[in-house]
Design a protein around this ligand. Structure first.
Ligand SMILES: Nc1ncnc2c1ncn2[C@@H]1O[C@H](COP(=O)(O)OP(=O)(O)OP(=O)(O)O)[C@@H](O)[C@H]1O
Ligand SMILES: [Mg+2]
Length: 275
């Protein structure tokens, strides 16, 4: 049984591709066969991240863990209906070809595309990274402008709600576990940070997601992309880059804490290896 993890948020730049890559490497390091699908067919950040990893590995003559990558072709058909049908088939075939994998990680674009909506239907776990800003929060829920109270769900949470409903109707056992992950958290005790935390706690019970501890705002995430490395590749004997600061060590703990929170099947193995 393959467990499908979808990284989704219609808001661009929230950390989907970065989180997808870290998750892929965490699962690979725990000894699992992992599949990867990049549905951001324009930016292809996850694909580029993995290509950088390949080049860096060749350059250094060092073996790195790699997922099985499957591409999903966009449709070039004119008719909307025919094009959507074609993309539906393409994603289904991609998932079928990854059936031997314990986990498949799908990175979605920061937009509401047909493929992104479809991926959410196939998800066992959805992870939504969210920048610590009420502009990003607005895609999850609307706030009353005067009282600041939650006035109702918004675009992205409605899409997840729809995916959950449609998934339940298919009769496939098990629902979709939805995790919201605060990203780029500031190190300071800012008011905004506290307000966001309070609002997200409130919202999680109402629309049914679990709130992850989150990732701090750290420049290392941006620096690792050109080498195709993750924080989990650093440190230890023969490490290509030193795990140098307390901030890096804390960042790794944050990633491990996300993996633990996911409660994935074969989780014990995942925890053991990641520790
Ligand atoms: N915790 C973090 N600290 C610092 N920078 C981060 C962090 N997470 C992500 N970034 C940086 O933020 C930018 C956006 O991240 P990323 O590309 O992962 O977002 P995305 O949600 O995939 O974007 P898009 O919607 O465009 O696909 C990148 O430059 C990335 O390196
Ligand atoms: Mg991306």
């Amino acid at each position: 049984m393959t467990h499908v993890i979808v990284l989704g948020n219609e808001k661009g730049g929230s950390g989907k591709s970065t989180t997808a890559m870290h998750l892929i490497v965490a699962l690979l390091k725990s000894g699992h066969k992992v599949g990867a699908i990049d549905l951001d067919l324009r930016q292809r950040s996850l694909t580029r991240y993995l290509e950088n990893r390949k080049k860096f590995s060749e350059l250094k003559g060092k073996e790195f863990d790699f997922p099985v990558v499957v591409e999903v072709e966009p449709s070039s058909l004119d008719s909307r209906e025919a094009s959507q049908q074609c993309e539906t088939e393409n994603l289904k075939n991609a998932l079928m070809s990854l059936e031997g994998c314990a986990f498949v990680v799908i990175d979605c674009p920061g937009a509401n595309t047909h493929l992104s909506r479809l991926a959410h239907l196939h998800a066992d776990t959805i992870i939504t990274p969210l920048n610590d800003s009420f502009v990003d929060f607005d895609l999850l829920a609307r706030l009353h402008p005067e009282t600041g109270k939650i006035a109702g769900p918004s675009l992205y949470s409605e899409m997840v709600w729809d995916a959950r409903k449609r998934r339940a109707m298919t009769g496939v056992p098990g629902g979709i576990d939805w995790i919201v992950l605060r990203n780029r958290l500031s190190a300071t005790r800012a008011n905004n940070k506290k307000n966001m935390g309070d609002k997200l706690e409130d919202l999680s019970g109402r629309i049914g997601f679990r709130l992850a501890r989150g990732f701090g705002d750290r420049v290392i995430y941006r620096e690792l992309f050109p080498m195709g490395l993750t924080l989990l590749d650093l440190g230890g004997k023969g490490s290509p880059v030193r795990l140098s600061t307390m901030s890096h060590v804390t960042a790794r703990l944050e990633i491990r804490s996300l993996v633990a929170l996911l409660n994935l099947p074969q989780a014990e193995e995942v925890h053991e290896q990641a520790a």
